[in-house]
Design a protein around this ligand. Sequence first.
Ligand SMILES: *[C@@H]1O[C@H](CO)[C@@H](O)[C@H](O)[C@H]1NC(C)=O
Ligand SMILES: *[C@@H]1O[C@H](CO)[C@@H](O)[C@H](O)[C@H]1NC(C)=O
Length: 593
Amino acid sequence: MRYYLISALSILAAILRGSLAKPFSPRWDDMRIKHSWYAVPENWESLGNPLSGTTIDLYVALKPEAHRENALIDTLYQVSNPNHPRYGTYLSKEQVADLVSPPPGTFELVNSWLQYHGVPSSSVSMTHGGTTLTLSSVSIIQANALLGASYQLYRHVETNETVVRTVGYALPAALHGLVQTVVPTTCFSTPHTQWQSPRKRSGGATAGLKRPVSGEPVTVLSSRNDDATTPSFLRFLYKTTEYRPAAADRNALGIVGFLNEYPSPEDLAMFMSVYRSDGTNGAITIVRVNGGGYDPTNPAREPNLDTQYAMAMAYPTPVIFYSTGRGPAGTTDWLVSWLGYILTESNIPRTISISYVMDERNIPEPYAAYICTQFSMLGVLGVSVLIASGDDGVGKGECVTNDGSVRFYSYFPTSCPYVTAVGGTTNHNPEIAASFSGGGFSNVFKRPDYQEQAVAEFLQHLGNQYQGQYNATSRGIPDISAQARRFPIILKGERKVVSGTSASTPTVASVISLLNDYLISQGKATLGFLNPWLYGTGMSGLTDITSGSNPGCNTNGFSAIEGWDPVTGLGTPDFQRLLRVVLADPAEPGGAG
Ligand SMILES: *[C@@H]1O[C@H](CO)[C@@H](O)[C@H](O)[C@H]1NC(C)=O
Ligand SMILES: *[C@@H]1O[C@H](CO)[C@@H](O)[C@H](O)[C@H]1NC(C)=O
């Protein structure tokens, strides 16, 4: 796997040619620790050295030039803020690469280090929009030498997942200030799906469904006696039923899959014939990223849920499913793998839904910052990214920290302030918070300006309840929410019912995708990174959810109240009202490509 950015590559080539002549040579054996855990992370056990011959792709994330440290994020806020003159004027990939370029001399120095260790320059390429030097197929021995590391094969004691990681790693002193992080090193975590089995099973709901009978009246909008949240009900509730997409030839909705999970087109066809009978010719495109798996006869629940609801709600908008791979034996990282791919694409879907997240507590901060930067690049390119907020309320289990106190936690990458975090609701008339809706505060990312006022109002209401159990200065989660309970899906020809923010995320993504459809059909810029708009004028297009709570960590959790809350965010979408807000915003025709 090698992705080139032409301009950066030619710089690299020029530097490689010039580097031999340079006299300056730092001491490459002067290694300083970059990141290390005290012990092997909980629930992982070493299986010893990886098989001989194992190679890994090493991603060396470079920092941008110091005086332009904030250029990318400043640009993100300008192009995403309806009140800014640059609103909707999204950048090209080349312009983004320019914003993040490292200081002059960086490539030269890194290459001299690689040469010292005998890594051929042919294995080095620029990836991730110009933020990263990727070293392809590095042997474990070489990786250990480059990073003063001890890569081993680790197994997760519950899931049996295996990864190749190191408990710590170092870099030469001369590179410390230039490199943000190296992946994969000390981040052992894997994003997990956010669905759960229903607590209450009614006999009919999970009964097997053989062949759909055409014309069978499956959904009843006015009555909820089938106790299921169907696409028709969601379209009715969020008011998209009347909307006729007009830019399906230029719009797309992307669904990201990890863990080698993928959907079944056959299940989708069956689902459509039952739940969206006017859209039975809706088809998904499967894109296999970095060796991602695909066997249509062996679909998984999450990708089926995501693609079935995306297609049934946004039809006829094309749905693209990314089956992300990560090399043999867990040598690559899921998020880095997908982001490296998507940032090279010339036609990125305008809306992207991700239902896989991981416990923020297990993630090295530089890794989190690096991934979050990649998501901000998607925003600068004009892409709206929606990510599940998690299914454990304020936290699962006891949540006791080393010092004995109870502390709530949140999930990543939903805690990244440059994505839109999606929580869950249930019931209707009125909707209330789903008790599992992931919500709270990051311990890594500080509070972004766009939610300063909304979160401050909530904290004032909260007073000193839970003081010390959450981080009062950081990013609040979620931003928005939608129905998350009892979604029927088709899996291997059978009807199943699932719940979770895994279900609400593609639901919100579909509504946003329809708004983008409208904007594209009018020749206007798409919505891009949503939050500055949502916390501004967009708020009036949402239905505030004001009751329910998200218990966890042996507490009652937070309560949904008027305004923003760390249970349901700002509320659930009302497509018709959002459309009116979009019509009123002075959106310039943009460079969304
Ligand atoms: C993990 O492997 C063990 C032993 O091979 C097996 O008993 C167990 O069922 C596996 N667990 C999962 C979740 O696959
Ligand atoms: C609170 O969040 C900030 C980032 O906003 C972080 O720097 C700090 O370490 C967090 N505090 C704790 C106790 O985790």
